[in-house]
Structures are given as structure tokens and as C-alpha cells.
Design a protein around this ligand. Structure first.
Ligand code: CP3
Length: 348
């Protein structure tokens, strides 16, 4: 296993620190905006292999990251299950909300792989066209986070409908989560079959749940997905991202079986080094608005992160995805700083 990113996920301390950035393809890049205009809508864009392959490669050409991430979205799963999903320009995702068992009855797994076959084709094509040091990451949304969009019908500030359903009728709500475990595991296994070399599970809204519910709706479904994927694809490294989990990151790492954990920007570096890094590779966690600001503040924090986490198994990333107002030249600078930073105690 030679690719630096995969070596880091395998528990090695790698210097210089491997890096990629969440949402490294996207609206901050003028070349993305240009090609984005050619698609009718965002889901069509994701399902058109020529376009999705091209936008996956755009940030690699500019920045030479250590990994490419499949260009797609976490909401292709509800779409493939038969829920009505659309992306309105400037408004984010819109779904026909599911609030009860009768809503669940409209969903099924029958056409899952057929529906997602363009995504698999994107992976096949990418795996034949990446530089040999660059790894290919597949991904999915975690059941809890995907469920919030399916139940609310859109992004939300408080996830009122989802939390109310999960707390009021957990047995009923678990039917939705179980369906998502089933679909997501099958989806990830197929991604690996088509060339994904590592997988990331995005649980962007994990942090809104109290302790017991975090165990039930974040940790337990992740345990099951990791178990199924590892049984079918032994050796494929899995990164978990329970964003906002706070001290519960420790339970997540201890219980789920992930190889690596992606840290949001609120996680203190020395705490992560002492509490998490002995158990798995850590990834993160620069504030995405430091990348907007750039300058000395960004350089200083990027060096501090590499300094504290770079002497163990580590992958540099942001705490959350790149935002559209990010100047592309700040990314160039960040890559230079991370690649040039000394890693303390690594012996090289
Ligand atoms: O990281 C990458 O470069 C790979 C591509 C990727 C996208 N979405 C492309 C995208 C990945 C990994 C995602 C994951 C995703 N999608 C998450 C989890 C990570 C996170 O950010 O918390 C979530 C919650 C979604 C759902 C989603 N997709 C929302 C809420 C939105 C609208 C907000 C926005 O940023 O526009 C999207 C749309 C989306 N997904 C875009 C991109 C590039 C922008 C769409 C466009 O170009 O019009």
C-alpha cells in the first residue's frame, strides 16, 4: 500500500502530512461554475459521468491533493429509494417529507443499484485516470443525517420533526434508519467494487443528539454499516465524521470500528491527540472560514494543527466543507503550508 493517504488511514505516521479537503470540488472554483451551467439541475449533474468525472478531477489538477473524492451528494440515496428529491438554485435540497409509516411505504430498495449505476461508472472511470499516488474516496451520508433531510424535507435549524419522531416513536423511526443502513451498506460495497479505495461516512448532524440518542441513531447504525462493508470488502479503510459529537467522539471511535475519524473545528487538538489518536487515525480540522480569511491567521493555525497531530497517524482536512466564497489561491497557499510544515517527532 503505497499511496500516502492510504498509509495514513492504515495507522502510519506519514510525512509530509497527506491532505484533501471536504467539498474540494465546488462553487469556489470558476472551472466548476462553468461546467455546472451545462447541467439541467444538480442531480442530473451528479448522474452524468462525463461531468462528474471532470469536476472530481478539477481540484486535483490545481492542487495535487492526496485523494480525490467522488463527486456526488449524500441525497442520491433517498432519490434512489424513490423519494422526490430536487435542488433548487440558491435554496438547497427539497424533498417530499416522510413523517410516518405510510410515507415509508413509498420507498424501496428494488432499483437502488440501477438508479445509482451512473455513480458507479464515475468511480470506474476515475480509478483508471488518477495519478498513481492519488487515492479515490467514495462516500455516503450516515443514516441519521440522511434521515433528517428525508423527514424535514429540507435543511433545518432544529430538526424538530426528525427529533420528535425519533423520540416519540423510536420503533417506527428505526424502520427508516434500518432501510438506510441496508441501502447505504449496499451502496458503499458497490462503490468499492467500482474502484473506491477508502470510504467516508458523513454524519453532519450527529451533534444535535443527546447521549443516548447519539448511541442509538449515530453509533449503532455506523457499527452495522462498518460491519457489513468490512465483511464484504476486507481491508477497505472507513472514515467516520460524526460532526459536532464533542466528547462523544471517544465513544464513536471506541465502538464503531472505523479506521479514522474526521474532526470538526471545535475539537481541541491536544484532546484529540491524547484521547482519539491512540485508537485510530485522525483527520481535520481547520475552520473552513480560516480558508476564506487566509493570511497569517490561516498559516499559523494550519501549522499548529500539523504540529500537534502530525506526529501520529493523521490526514489534514477542514472541520467542514469549503464554502463558495473561498478564494482559490488561499487553497494553493494552504497546500504549501501543510506540505512544508515540520512534523514534530516523526523523524523526517
Ligand atoms: O467533497 C466533495 O468535493 C464531494 C462532493 C460532495 C457534495 N456534497 C457536493 C455538493 C459531498 C461529499 C457532499 C456531501 C453532503 N451533501 C453533505 C455532508 C457534508 C456536509 O457538508 O455537511 C450534506 C449535508 C449534503 C447535502 C447538501 N448538498 C446540501 C445541504 C446542499 C446545498 C447547500 C450547498 O452547499 O449548496 C447540497 C448541494 C451540493 N452538494 C453542492 C455540491 C458541490 C452545491 C450544488 C451546486 O453546485 O449547485
Amino acid at each position: 500500500m503505497k499511496k500516502p493517504f492510504l498509509r495514513a488511514l492504515n495507522g502510519e505516521t506519514v510525512s509530509p502530512t497527506p491532505l484533501w479537503l471536504m467539498r474540494q470540488a465546488g462553487r469556489y472554483l470558476p472551472e466548476y461554475m462553468k461546467i455546472r451551467k451545462t447541467a439541467r439541475n444538480f442531480l442530473d449533474f451528479c448522474y452524468t459521468p462525463d461531468l462528474a468525472v471532470e469536476v472530481t478531477l478539477q481540484p486535483l489538477r490545481r492542487y495535487g491533493f492526496d485523494a480525490a473524492i467522488l463527486f456526488s451528494d449524500i441525497l442520491v440515496i433517498p432519490d434512489a429509494l424513490g423519494q422526490d428529491v430536487s435542488f433548487l438554485p440558491g435554496e438547497g435540497p427539497q424533498l417530499d417529507p416522510i413523517r410516518d409509516l405510510s410515507g415509508l411505504e413509498k420507498l424501496n430498495l428494488q432499483d437502488l443499484h440501477e438508479h445509482l449505476s451512473p455513480v458507479y461508472e464515475v468511480l470506474t472511470r476515475l480509478s483508471g485516470s488518477l495519478p498513481k499516488e492519488t487515492a479515490l474516496i467514495g462516500f455516503c451520508g450516515a443514516p441519521w443525517t440522511v434521515a433528517t433531510y428525508m423527514v424535514e424535507g429540507k435543511g433545518s435549524k432544529d430538526y424538530a420533526a426528525t427529533r420528535s419522531w425519533a423520540y416519540r416513536a423510536p420503533k417506527e423511526f428505526s424502520r427508516l434508519i434500518d432501510l438506510l443502513i441496508e441501502a447505504t451498506s449496499a451502496y458503499l460495497i458497490e462503490q468499492v467494487a467500482h474502484g473506491a479505495e477508502a470510504l467516508q461516512i458523513f454524519d453532519s448532524w450527529a451533534g444535535i443528539l443527546p447521549e443516548m440518542e447519539f448511541h442509538r441513531w449515530v453509533i449503532d447504525p455506523t457499527i452495522e454499516i462498518v460491519r457489513r462493508v468490512k465483511a464484504a470488502c476486507p481491508g477497505v479503510p472507513i472514515i467516520g465524521f460524526p460532526r459536532g459529537a464533542g466528547v462523544l467522539y471517544r465513544d464513536f471511535v471506541a465502538k464503531t470500528g472505523v479506521d479514522a475519524v474526521s474532526l470538526d473545528s471545535s475539537v481541541p487538538l491536544k484532546w484529540a491527540r491524547d484521547q482519539l489518536q491512540p485508537h485510530c487515525t485522525v483527520q481535520g480540522n481547520m475552520d473552513n472560514f480560516l480558508l476564506v480569511a487566509g493570511g497569517e491567521a490561516m498559516d499559523r493555525e494550519a501549522r499548529r494543527i500539523v504540529d500537534i497531530l502530525g506526529s501520529g497517524p493523521f490526514v489534514f482536512n477542514l472541520g467542514h466543507g469549503i464554502v463558495p466564497q473561498t478564494p482559490p489561491e488561499h487553497v494553493t497557499r494552504l497546500v504549501d503550508v501543510v506540505r512544508g510544515a515540520e512534523t514534530v517527532g516523526s523523524g523526517g
